[in-house]
Ligand binder design. Structure first.
Ligand code: GN1
Ligand code: MG
Length: 347
């Protein structure tokens, strides 16, 4: 018999009374629920999550990454942000599988916090960028190579290109003919992808612990002070580059509309400057000159790559990202291509 959310939650924490569970957030990958229970006379909230095991093929390794990183962060005196670590059940495990083979975990719900509504202004962007910069700073001496790649080849530009070429070749959903223009636009990003790949190979972009999903909604802000309180969503924390984290910030913060808006996004230069200033405030002194000099290349790279990922998924028949309507991935890809064009003008 299939377990329900109450039973899943009980694997991690004891409670006197079950109150509720409701879908939470707008992630494209995992399923998240805010649950409320009563225990010892108090109401407590948690986030219960089912890990998408088609995307994260090794949830055990993923959770080990997460725990190691959380422990490290908690020990860094200079890291003033809250570390939202997964909760261990009475058996000490932070991960449970159910009868259907699904993986579940539980996090404390950080009360009095919010994730900012996009589009965020320059001040919020700078505050978030400081938090991501502080995260990188706190992990700068962590042996990045010891972390597992929770998604192998996540930002491996050569591999992503190869996969895109394969899906073009196979055209499994018969959609290629509909998107010739978009495919050509992706091809125009290839020199930049090659440049990044060469920089990685040359060592000019050192291997670092990367967060790999540095969007506004992965920072919790305090309701009263509007200061950043925590960097969350550590699923994709793995060996990577500083460029991709800064790049994903630019990709997600600087636009005036969501990544699935059918209209072309406008790049907000004031937000871009705020991100750069905020990030460098924390990370400026330990990043190599070669990294600091390439930050905008990182932004164009990650945006071009995201366009390729969305278009690749559209061509594959919508197998990776959650979609709400037939052309959702195509709309996303076009939106990201427009932003890519804007960013390309800056490099
Ligand atoms: C996915 O589910 P979410 O929103 O945290 C994706 C990111 C993409 C993003 C695009 C594991 O993140 O890499 O940039 O969608 N995560 C994974 O919106 O593929
Ligand atoms: Mg994520």
């Amino acid at each position: 018999m299939q377990m329900n959310h109450q039973e899943h939650t009980r694997l991690f924490i004891p409670f006197d009374r079950w109150l509720s569970a409701a879908p939470y957030g707008d992630g494209h990958i995992n399923d998240t629920f805010r649950v409320e229970v009563e225990h010892g006379g108090a109401v407590k909230a948690y986030l219960l999550q089912r890990i998408n095991r088609h995307v994260f093929r090794n949830p055990e390794r993923l959770m080990r990454n997460m725990q190691t990183v959380c422990e490290w962060l908690a020990e860094q005196e200079g890291y003033t942000y809250r570390v939202v670590a997964p909760l261990a059940g009475p058996d000490g495990r932070v991960l449970h599988t159910d009868d259907a083979g699904e993986y579940w975990r539980l996090f404390p719900f950080v009360e009095h916090s919010y994730t900012p509504e996009a589009p965020v202004g320059p001040e919020t962007a700078a505050e978030a960028a400081r938090a991501y910069g502080a995260f990188a700073r706190a992990l700068r001496d962590f042996p990045a190579g010891e972390l597992a790649e929770t998604i192998p080849g996540f930002h491996d530009t050569d591999l992503r290109w190869q996969h895109f070429m394969e899906v073009l070749e196979k055209d499994p959903a018969g959609r290629k003919a509909l998107t010739i223009r978009e495919i050509d636009a992706i091809r125009e990003a290839k020199p930049l992808f090659d440049r990044i790949s060469a920089l990685k190979k040359s060592g000019a972009l050192p291997l670092r612990v990367a967060h790999n999903d540095t969007k506004a909604s992965n920072i919790l802000f305090d309701r009263r002070t509007h200061k950043a309180v925590a960097v969350i969503d550590l699923d994709t924390v793995m060996p990577g580059t500083a460029l991709s984290d800064f790049g994903d910030m630019v990709r997600t913060f600087t636009t005036d509309r969501p990544e699935d808006d059918p209209a072309d996004p406008v790049l907000r230069r004031d937000v871009l400057e705020a991100l750069k200033a905020g990030y460098l405030e924390e990370a400026g002194d330990f990043l190599h000159a070669s990294e600091r000099a390439q930050l905008l290349h990182g932004a164009a790279w990650i945006t071009g790559e995201q366009a390729m990922r969305f278009l690749g998924d559209w061509l594959a028949g919508d197998v990776y990202y959650k979609t709400r309507y037939a052309e959702h991935n195509l709309v996303r890809a076009r939106n990201q291509l427009a932003l890519f064009r804007e960013l390309s003008k800056l490099i």
